[in-house]
Design a protein around this ligand. Sequence first.
Ligand code: HAM
Length: 400
Amino acid sequence: MWQLLERASRDVFEGFGYEEIRTPILEEAALFQKGVGEGTDIVNKEMYTLTDKGGRSLALRPEGTAPIVRSYIENRLGADDLAKLYYLGPMFRSERPQKGRSRQFHQIGVEAIGSFSAYLDVEIIVMMRALFKRLTLDEFKIKLCTLGCDKDKAKLAKELRAFLEPEKNRLCDDCKIRLKKNVLRTLDCKVESCRVVLRNSPKAKDFLCPSCTEHYDKLKAMLSSLKIDFKEDPNMVRGLDYYTRTVFEVTHPSLGAQDAVAAGGRYDNLVGDFGGARVGAAGFAIGAERLIMALSAEKNIGLQDKMLDLYAATAGPAARDEAFKSVIALRRQGIYCEMNMRDKSLKAQMREANRKKAAFTAIFGEEELGRGEVVLRSMKTSEQRNVKLSDLAKEVRKGL
Ligand code: HAM
């Protein structure tokens, strides 16, 4: 399943012109404090940090966006105006493990850096959907929202704080802290009493400036014209501070409480905040373990044993050298074959060929080899006939 996901991701992403990037697993902790945000759970509660012998504070990366933006600036990846990058790899968050949540998990992600255009938002959403479709995932839902630009977000935060302050005592303990530190995070609190308070709270869409409205409208219109289903969710805020404008999440009904199989959005200020140029950017990350859970639940896809093309069985020790040389030669010609390397009886070898679901078995017997032949047996029809050893590859290929 892992290989299937990785292969499909590379295939789909490269088809859209994205190239792989690999960043270190260990980064300076300050990168995430600044990028993901001091007031976020990821940085405050979940980051694995350590101090190295040089007194540097390092972190096991909890996510991929901040390191890629760092690398984009350091390595001047933006020379071609748009850097289209993808990554596969482990991330670490010290959360309480539960279904769909582990301390080391794996993300398959994408970052496109260098454009403010709504086409870029559309492109990454289309690409993510193409990957799900390629993997035959059907029941996922795309939820979409916009947070607006920095100024819009600041207005929302101010109004939300004013709205919540008088209701403070009805909020959960976490939201009381969020009210001070990161008020937008209250919007997607799952605690019922907070949800009741927040039902009539100010929402991001009430504070959008004309250019953010235009961006969001363009994105929605384009997605609709490409027949991409999505649902607007006015309460969506993400657990990372860098987002501006577009945010999205993909959920799958099989995942339970941790139902986000992927999430992403725009982060138009991050490159500038890290000292780079003012360029727009957008990306997403898929949780690989969750994607595997979702695929397994839909059962459209399963582990498929790789079928053997040919099993080389030997009758008698003298035939073994010849069989081994043939196996090597056949593999070089792209035929997937195996032989038994222990001294099993012919009967036991035939059982093994069956168990390995070989399409054919070639029986190497001393008498036939004396005539330059082997017995080729179709495991499907049980038909068998003698073929010239030099024709074995051709005969197998014909029958596959
Ligand atoms: P995120 O929402 O924190 O976003 O994580 C993305 C996905 O990673 C989640 O939707 C989930 O599938 C998976 N995930 C997160 N935490 C865990 C966990 N503890 N165990 C298992 N799976 C988990 C980001 O990380 C952003 N960097 C995404 C992004 C890229 N935004 C823009 N570019």
